[in-house]
Design a binder for this molecule. Sequence first.
Ligand code: RUQ
Ligand code: CUA
Length: 618
Amino acid sequence: MESQRTSAWARVLILAAAAAAATQCTPSRPASRQAGGGAVQSDIAVAAQKTYVAPGDLDQYYMFASGGHSGQIYVYGIPSMRHISTIPVFTPYPATGYGFDDESKKMLGELTWGDVHHPSLSETKGDYDGRWLFVNEMNGRLARIDLRDFKTKQILGPVANLHGNHASAFVTPNTEYALMASRFSRPVPNRPIGVDKYATDYKGIVAGIKIDPQSGEMSLGWQILMPPFDYDLGDAGKGPSEGWFFLTSYNTERATGKLEVTSAQRDRDYIAAVDWRAVEKAVAEGKADTIGGVKVIDPKKVPGLVYLLPCGKSPHGVDVAPNGNWIVGSGKLQGVTTVFNFEKVQTAIKNKDFTGDEDGIPVLKYESIKDAEVPVGLGPLHTQFGTDDWAYTSLFVDSAIAKWKLGTWEVVDKAPMSYSIGHLSAAEGDTVSPDGNYLVGLNKLSHGRHLNVGPSQPESSQLVDITEEKMKLLYDAFTEPEPHYAQIVKADKIKPIEVYPKEENKHPLAVWDVGQAGVTRNGRNVTVKMVAVRSTLTPTEFEVQEGDTVTVAVTNIEQTTDELHGFGLLDYNINIVIDPGETKTVTFTAKKNGVYAFYCTNFCSALHQEMQGYMVVK
Ligand code: RUQ
Ligand code: CUA
């Protein structure tokens, strides 16, 4: 087994080396110190200077990176690549008390694990507007983070009918919808039908999640019943293609079992093009059925909503270019990436230029809708965009980034990545107006780019300078596992608050005066209204009876930024953190009689160690 694995990787590496040798362009990167020489040293100096953010200075960009199956979002500054914050989303995080207080615990529900893949910043007219960040999760959920305070405010789902939400969140250019789709088909509604009926009785689902333009509140929009393919990635159309969603799919063979063989039979799979405005209209006209509480449209009964664009082979990423007319689809088992022309797609639809259908969904003729097959290299996955029509495609097998030009389709440069790049993210690189400047390769393996810590090697992402003709590697950074997609936004677009203003705190259990702090009892329910302010938690002691249901509501009455307090209760698995101006509650059952200490867990002042008290259980 072990030797088989090694040889597979050896093959990948040989391929990568051969490809690197074959390319005309010598990728530039800071040479290692061992290479010596004046010019080399100055290259390193240039790279160092470009990433060095001096003490007191701030980064130019925020990068929001998915944390994969850690369930979290990690925030980095660019160009320093410093990890500056962790936003807990689908997984408890004691550092901020997330998943311990009543509210976030309720939001997480039964699941304390999530698999985050694609962060999606809210947009206005196709540009990031700095309001919210939406993130998908494989267990059929979507979360909204408010960028006013970098906190998770809503988790929607698990959404009915849809299994394995990977092609998500990808909001529309004016944040009307976020996308969801099933990677795993199954019977809809879910019921125990054997896998032998997969091809006929299992269904895929593509869903539009409605977003309230004022509050950002997400609600179930609609779903489309799709053939049982694996929907993999998506993107929203913009400009001329605004109003459409594009989704790659693999396993259009409708195969089961060993997919690495059974799903790689066809030369072409599909990109599904969904006219979401038409879907919205059809749903409003009552053409949907309600399944599992969601409006579901069957395109066999309602034609004109979905079309299939053939795309080779086992496509992964699909990315709409800034001008909205080019749709780049990358077949991960190919050496080219395909560029489709949206105008041609529209013409083909009008002329019924179809080659067949899948469960009633028309398949467009490949030759009629493609503009180019760009020879980017082996294993193309994702494409990001820069200024002046530059496009950057990640190559997993080649372990490199290819730079090419939209319109001329010329590949002009390749930069090696260490190793096996997955996603890549350019500064505002999926908006209508990319910034250029920086690109980050989010690598799947790191192979010794950091100090050795054992069999699980630290993940590595690489910062690349894209201001010049040749891409230049600037920096290797540890990124929290498991990095998938990331988005990079100009720092001045994000305007976080300093404190929660007192006037905005409408919590029914908030107390703003230590004189009002105290304990009330209602039958077996005890409520402790507690005030946290440097350097006391008031009341400093309280008594309850064994078996009581106890709610501790802590208000941090500080109005100074960064003055957080914690409430940790020993032996109770409780730690909540309260930001200045916030009230949070935690509810638990007083167990075995005895004395239990509580204390402030967030270092807040010179007398932080004194910020402690006792709960006596009688
Ligand atoms: S995927 S390495 Cu989960 Cu976005 Cu492409
Ligand atoms: Cu309050 Cu430490």
